[in-house]
Design a protein around this ligand. Sequence first.
Ligand code: FCB
Length: 485
Amino acid sequence: MLILVRRQEGYAGIVLPCIAGVTKKISPSIAAAREPGFLWGVSTSSFQIEGAARSDGRGDSIWDAYCRQQGRVKNGDTGDTACDHYHRYSEDIALMRDMGVDAYRFSISWPRILPRGRGAANDHGLAFYDRLIDALLEAGIEPWICLYHWDLPQAIHELGGWQNRDVAGWFADYAALVAHRYGDRIKRFATFNEPCVFTLFGYGLGWNAPGIADKAALHRAIHHVNLSHGVAIDVLRATVPHASLGAIHNRQPCFPASPSADDAAAAQRFAEYWNNAFPHPQHFACYPQHLAEAIEPYLRPGDLAQIARPVDWFGLNHYSPHYIKADSNLIGATFGVPPDDVPRTAIGWPIVPGAFRETLLDLHRRFRLPIYVLENGTAADDKLDEAGRIQDPGRIAYLQAYTSAMQEAIAAGADVRGYFVWSLLDNFEWASGYSQRFGLVYVDFDTQRRVPKASARWYSDYIAARRTSPIPASGRAPLNETEAR
Ligand code: FCB
């Protein structure tokens, strides 16, 4: 087994500390996971598209409860119907097949298959994912499962949710159910999607479900999610032969929003939560220095080893860099305004393809794992034109710029193996409700009619072109001599 001793480096001018000299083990199963070709895909998540919230025995999730609280979600929108994907999955798979994607990443709704989060399973819910997986395989599309994309069963929340250490056991049981049921057909599993976002926004800042803003709650949640990741990796590894496993993290350079020292310190603090609170314990068996003290009260002997289980790839979600300013909130930092000359998308996120290229290269240097970009894309103010079509040149330009940046990173040595657009469909964009359209396919939420946008055609042509002229595999840059021992 190859052991690397890693050098700690700054990132985009900001030093992101972890304990120096940490050892990193590379999983022997990486070799088994090597893909013959680059994968082009699309991503979605259960709560954002499925709907059928009260059908066939599904239990409530924290997002159902959160949507019912007045003022939490824009326009009082809910996930009750969403894209009605639960009933229209065949049509959605046909859209993907027409687009020519290789792979589809979706998440399992924990409360759909375990309505109380634990205990008795719901056969109807389990059967839904059987149908979905079988139809994907029949269409020649590789299914990628994410176990957790933010829809915690409300019943688990009522037992303390991510704040209760027992959640690791409940999550392991849920992972075992999924692995036993679908492991004959699925090889790719991710444990969590963007743990930094749902913990920080849900438990630290109160912007997402379950709407808590409490420092201790945040730190407990961070540690218990990390622990749950580690135990789920063990369960999946033990249950699914040749499983190819990872977690999905977003990493964004965090730039100070102004030259002030306060903003510089805020950007550094924010980056600890955003970029390092999960990848560091999961890959290096340590918390970043400034978080270590806060997590200490919840840490038990053996936890870090349990968390840092070898994985096969690093799942990256990336949309933009952040411009961070000091704030009086409980982490002392929040989103500031990007400089005037930085263009922004409809949702206000900065468009900086160069930051994507640098993020990929930084990831490659730090983690030495195959990288799958599992979310990238943009919201746009899409409207049907008189001919009933959607022209979305802004999204096409964004995707062109970001895929070019990815190719530059690959040419410079980043080991990127796949790219998935967020998202297949316009969908429920969390606290923004249905006001932000991220889909390659437009959804008329009154009629549930789907209309592929111009960007869907662009992506389809782009994938077809890459088949005849594939992206050359990265040179897998040799390790820097000071890193390798
Ligand atoms: C990511 C989430 C995804 C979606 C996109 C726009 O942070 O993982 O569910 O909301 O942003």
